[in-house]
Structure formats: C-alpha cells, structure tokens
Design a protein around this ligand. Structure first.
Ligand code: AMP
Ligand code: MG
Length: 340
C-alpha cells in the first residue's frame, strides 16, 4: 500500500517526460537571426531540429565569404586582384565560382553585365565620399579596361589575372546573391528543410513556411518587393515555396547633380549610369544568377531586358520603369501581387 504514492509519482514523471518529448517532435522549432553583413540587414529564418546551430554556423560562413569577395576590404581576393598590376593572383574557390557565374551572365547579356566596370564605378566616386560626374578624360581611361575578356581565369592553378592595366573588378552585382546561395546550401546541409535567407530584400526560400505542428502543410513565403518610388513601402509581394527573389534598383545607391540622378549601375558600353528602369526583380532558383540578371536587365532596358527574361529557362521577372509602367513575364504575374 505504501508504494502507491511512489507509483503515482513515477507515472506522473513518465507522463510529463513523455509529453515533453512528444511535443519536441510535433512542434516545429523556429530559429531567427538578424545580423549586419554586406552593408545590409540580413535575416535568417530556419525551421526544424538543429535550426539554431545551423543559423549560427551560417552567419560565420557568410562573414567569411564577404571578407573574400568584398572589393573594399584589404586582403580580400578582389582587393588583391585590383592591386596586382597584372600579375596572376591565387584566389579562393569561391572567387572562381563567382567569376564563372559572372562570365555566364556576361555572355548571355552581350556584356550588359560586366564585373570589370570597377574603375568606372570609381571614376564616378561610388565606394567613396566624392560622388560626381567624371571628366571625359577620366571616364575614357577607366573605360579602357572594361571588358570581361580582360579577365583570365586559370582553373588548374586557381589563379586569376587582370590583363589590362586599367581593369578593376567589382563583384557588387553578383556577390550578394552568391553568398545567399552559399548560406542556403550551408543551412540545407544541416538537415534544415524550411528556411529563408533575406539579405536586405534579396531573398532565397526553401521548403516554404511551415506551420507550428508537423502535420500542418507549409505555406508559400511572401517576399516583399520594395517600392522604388518610396523605398519605405512595398510595391509588390511575390509568393514562393522554393526560389530566389532579387531586386536591383536605381534608388539603392545614387547621387544627384544638376537635378539628374546618377545611379550605381553602369552601362558598360557608355560608362554612364543607367536610365529608364527604376527597379528589376528576378525570380529563379539560384540567387547568384538572379542577382546578375537583375543588374543586367537594369542596363538592357525594358525591351531587351524582357526578351532576355523570356528566353532564359526558369527565369521570371518584373520591370518597373521611371514613369511607373510595370512589365512582367507570364510566370511572374502568376506569383506576384502588385500592391499599389
Ligand atoms: P545590384 O544591386 O545587384 O544591381 O548591383 C549593383 C552593383 O553592381 C553596383 O553597386 C556595382 O558594384 C556593380 N555594377 C554596376 N554596374 C554593373 C554592370 N554593368 N555589371 C556588373 N556589375 C555592375
Ligand atoms: Mg545584381
């Protein structure tokens, strides 16, 4: 008889532990991190077991990649290339990978996307505090080194050489997307099935957004597209379970001189900042490609840009012109809700 309270206590303990164990299997754990990386607010969300650790590891990896690919950080691969005076420079595997993505977009856009515009960006003052229209002479000199054919990549020795003395690299149009891809790869490798990597509005989604319990079906993630005419607001929402959504805009970095807006995206044919489109959103699986294509379409303008999107398998896009015209590929209009 004396053992009855003990038995009740044991049963109670078993029930509590059991319930706790059961809930840890049926409730989906949600981990979130906010960090400042690549000059922007990065938000990572992962759902499932191991999500916390996966995100902490991923943040470290993203910071490492940034230090390799940045154009400004001394010691980065790009910095060493830009100061090598034409000598071959041994670079990381990641730099070669980014340059390969850049080469692909360069070829498919007939050079509208060209990471050798570094010196031209500098001539306009981007990356410094002195933004102004360059002299014709300064611009011509910077332009003389533009052209991806000036980049010599040697896969075997993992070296890169800038052949022309004026050539400078700037990976700003593709590196963020690449780092977003790598972050997602890192998260997935840690067995997380649902995640969002959001680098200041440049987003990659996998597995949708799960509910609270394992039996709930995941819903689509709603990715906001910034309003180019009032960047605090949203222009549209794109719904996806599995894709990257990246936006290039003339409002992201620019200066004004004599009432003219000069943006940070350069037309490699003229050396002048682009005009016409104010924002381009690209949806496709790979963020690095989406990033490159978005920048390229800003350069190509609405007709050529839309042609490129329509001819590229698995690529959808939305173009917004300076005079507020909105143009979408067919697939894009099926997943996009314009809010204004
Ligand atoms: P995004 O915000 O992805 O459009 O990238 C813009 C950045 O890409 C700029 O800040 C430059 O670093 C770089 N960039 C500018 N013009 C070009 C171009 N024509 N091709 C490749 N990269 C460019
Ligand atoms: Mg880009």
């Amino acid at each position: 008889m004396k053992s009855r309270p003990v038995m009740f206590a044991l049963i109670a303990i078993v029930l509590v532990v059991g319930a706790w164990l059961a809930q840890s299997y049926v409730v989906i754990n949600r981990a979130e991190r906010d960090v400042l990386l690549m000059d922007t607010f990065v938000r990572l969300i992962a759902n499932g077991r191991g999500a916390e650790k996966a995100l902490d590891d991923t943040i470290k990896e993203m910071a490492r990649l940034e230090s390799v690919l940045s154009a400004h950080l001394p010691g980065s691969d790009v910095y060493r290339l830009n100061t090598a005076d034409g000598a071959p420079v041994e670079v990381s595997r990641e730099t070669i990978e980014v340059l390969e993505r850049a080469a692909l977009v360069y070829e498919r856009t007939n050079g509208a996307f060209d990471v050798t515009v570094g010196a031209v960006l500098r001539a306009w003052g981007f990356g410094s505090a002195n933004l102004s229209v360059p002299t014709a002479e300064a611009l011509a000199r910077a332009m003389s080194g533009v052209g991806f054919t000036n980049v010599e990549i040697d896969q075997g020795s993992r070296t890169v050489r800038l052949k022309h003395p004026e050539t400078r690299l700037d990976l700003g149009g593709v590196a963020k997307g690449y780092i977003v891809d790598k972050a997602m790869e890192y998260i997935k490798a840690r067995k997380v099935k649902h995640a969002i990597v959001d680098a200041g509005g440049d987003v990659r989604v996998t597995g949708g957004r799960p509910g609270q319990y394992i039996w709930e079906k995941p819903r689509a993630v709603r990715v906001g597209v910034q309003d180019p005419f009032s960047p605090e607001g949203l222009f549209a929402v794109v719904e996806t379970f599995e894709a990257s959504v990246l936006t290039s805009g003339d409002y992201e970095r620019f200066f004004e001189q004599n009432g003219i807006r000069y943006t940070h995206i350069i037309d490699p044919r003229t050396g002048y900042p682009v005009r016409g489109l104010t924002s381009v959103t690209i949806v496709t699986e790979e963020a690095a490609l989406a990033d490159g294509i978005a920048t390229a379409v800003m350069v190509m303008g609405k007709e050529e840009g839309l042609k490129l999107i329509n001819s590229w398998d698995g690529v959808e896009g939305m173009l917004i012109t300076e005079d507020e015209e909105v143009i979408m590929s067919t697939g894009m209009s099926q997943i996009t809700n314009v809010l204004r």
